[in-house]
Design a protein around this ligand. Structure first.
Ligand code: CDP
Ligand code: CDP
Length: 227
């Protein structure tokens, strides 16, 4: 098998990217790379250090000295910053509602993309985010663009919150998701966009297993074509 194969998965919030990317990576024995976690970690650190989410220069300085480690363990990714486990903290509403402001800055994106390309240089990764097929890995062997209706994505987040014992509200979640989609789609640098050669899959009525099976079949077909 050609070992320089990467799988790019993009799409809006709640489309199921990280869930299926993790499972697909495990089935392929590839490494899963969660690029959203990198933007979330920077947003969390900015809040900790009182750096303005709109201050590109200060955010870039903060990012360059950030000691971030993504630890891939069975069943998930641990986000370690300066030795501290911030896996749960980066999922807070504060981070979720502000990460798209931090991710808008061109200098931040340049740095993140460079790091992400380093991580994928040897191939055999499944990487998910917003600009993987378009900017980070334009040469990826396989590209998917996952979508689902806003209603479905909000319901998925609602269930997720309920399972964690957190009270939430579907209408509010719909608003937050739509706002983040808008910011991610309309930003100047590497906006959320389907790559021309990505396969779009609407997962609204699909189970996680169905999506994973579909992605696995397509990836295996593409991998054979690469051999
Ligand atoms: O899991 P969820 O879809 O809620 O978000 P995420 O993948 O953790 O990404 C959080 C945010 O980071 C997104 O809304 C984008 O603003 C930003 N992001 C990005 O700009 N580019 C990426 N490759 C990944 C995430
Ligand atoms: O990474 P992204 O924001 O695209 O979505 P996610 O965090 O992987 O998935 C959001 C929620 O939807 C999770 O709780 C998944 O278990 C769930 N999900 C689902 O119910 N059906 C799918 N086909 C995919 C994900």
């Amino acid at each position: 098998m050609n070992s320089n194969i990467n799988v790019a998965i993009d799409g809006p919030a709640g489309a199921g990217k990280s869930t299926v990317a993790k499972l697909l990576a495990a089935k392929l024995s590839f490494v899963y790379i969660d690029t959203g976690a990198m933007y979330r970690a920077l947003t969390w650190k900015a809040k900790e250090d009182n750096v303005d989410y709109h201050d590109e220069v200060s955010l870039t300085k903060l990012l360059e000295k950030m000691d971030l480690e993504l630890k891939y363990e069975q069943g998930g990714v641990k986000i370690i910053l300066g030795g501290k486990d911030i896996t749960e903290a980066v999922r807070s509403p504060e981070v979720t509602n502000n990460v798209s402001y931090v991710a808008r800055h061109a200098r931040i994106r340049d740095y993140m993309v460079m790091k992400q390309q380093e991580l994928a240089a040897k191939g055999k990764t499944v990487m998910d985010g917003r600009d993987i097929g378009t900017a980070v890995l334009p040469e990826a062997a396989v590209k998917f663009f996952l979508t689902a209706s806003v209603q479905e994505r909000a319901e998925r987040r609602y269930l997720e919150q309920t399972e964690k014992g957190i009270e939430s509200d579907i209408e509010l979640l719909k608003e937050e998701i739509s706002k983040r989609d808008r910011l991610d789609t309309e930003r100047k640098t590497a906006p959320l966009k389907k790559a021309d050669d990505a396969l779009e899959i609407d997962t609204t009525n699909m189970s996680i297993d169905e999506v994973v099976e579909r992605l696995l079949t397509i990836t295996q077909e593409q991998m054979e074509a690469y051999e």
